[in-house]
Design a protein around this ligand. Structure first.
Ligand code: HEC
Length: 272
């Protein structure tokens, strides 16, 4: 009986009752965990109203600027910050976007007060909110902030190398010109798709399937169907548990989709 109880408690702790409610901030030398209460009490935390692309309306949050959080970490000029969520979502955000605020883009970590929980996310099967921590953005018209940089259910921010350095199998040969759509496709793939998909095992996201192993989607989708799927997966096939989101023109232009398909086709033809 005592063992059963101990196991139950260990299980509850593993489920995240102790872990998921903290935000880990780490660089290459140190790592610290913060509870919502810690961050709510931080003098840098303030009230912000955000045009929220996930909740699809204006939302008001208690939030701490990411500039403040990153100043507490050792960050190099070309570094990225891996934003890992509790649901197998993991996106690499250029550190400079989080480190500097401009009229065009300013990021915050919004903090859910356990005493005043946020609404359920639209389409969340588990009926959960975006909390306990959530990266939100104030953006100007010229900003290019990937929709996936709005990382909700956030658990950790970790300073690390650029994805292009960490995951060389994504790469494009030097002979491909700078202006080639293949390069733009790689760039968009890293900013948007890799939060959920790996490629040849590379990457961190595991919500969706690996898009190179065993087969690349260009090998079994007609190009037109693949473009339709990337714009809105439910326009190709639908089922109740479908998770991949549709992308608006703002999040992913037609040119971006063509570029991603060009990069996927390029990778499919490249010899291993
Ligand atoms: C928020 C997570 C998420 C993002 C972002 C995302 N996907 Fe997906 N994707 C999924 C999931 C999950 C599936 C599996 C089907 C489902 O549950 O919707 C999927 C399925 C797919 C499929 C179908 C694979 C098959 O064989 O059925 C393709 C192709 C695909 N994604 C490509 C992409 C590309 C390219 C991008 C970037 C533009 C992208 N996805 C962005 C989560 C995501």
């Amino acid at each position: 009986m005592r063992l059963f109880l101990a196991l139950t408690i260990a299980f509850a702790v593993n489920l995240g009752l102790a872990h998921a409610q903290t935000l880990t901030l780490a660089d290459r030398h140190s790592s610290r965990r913060f509870t919502a209460q810690d961050l709510l009490a931080d003098p840098a935390t303030r009230t912000v109203t955000i045009d929220d692309i996930v909740y699809h309306r204006a939302m008001t949050y208690r939030a701490i600027p990411t500039t403040v959080l990153l100043h507490r970490l050792a960050v190099g000029d070309d570094d990225y910050v891996q934003a890992r969520a509790t649901d197998d979502f993991s996106v690499a955000i250029p550190a400079r976007l989080l480190e500097t605020a401009s009229p065009d883009s300013e990021a915050f970590v919004a903090i859910e007060d356990p005493a005043a929980p946020w609404p359920t996310l639209p389409n969340d099967k588990d009926g959960k909110s975006a909390g306990p921590f959530y990266i939100v953005w104030r953006t100007g018209s010229a900003a290019r902030i990937s929709s996936e940089y709005w990382a909700y259910k956030l658990a950790a921010l970790t300073v690390t190398d650029s994805p292009f350095k960490r995951w060389p199998a994504l790469g494009v040969e030097a002979s491909i010109p700078a202006a080639d759509p293949i390069r733009r496709g790689l760039d968009r793939f890293v900013a948007v798709c890799m939060a959920c998909h790996r490629f040849k095992g590379e990457g961190e996201g595991t919500q969706g399937p690996d898009l190179a192993m065993p087969m690349n989607p260009v090998a079994y989708f007609k190009p037109e169907a693949l473009r339709k799927l990337l714009r809105n997966p439910a326009s190709v096939r639908r089922w109740p548990d479908q998770k991949m989101p549709a992308f608006s023109q703002d999040a992913l232009s037609d040119t971006d989709i063509d570029a991603i398909v060009a990069w996927l086709s390029y990778k499919a033809k490249q010899r291993p």
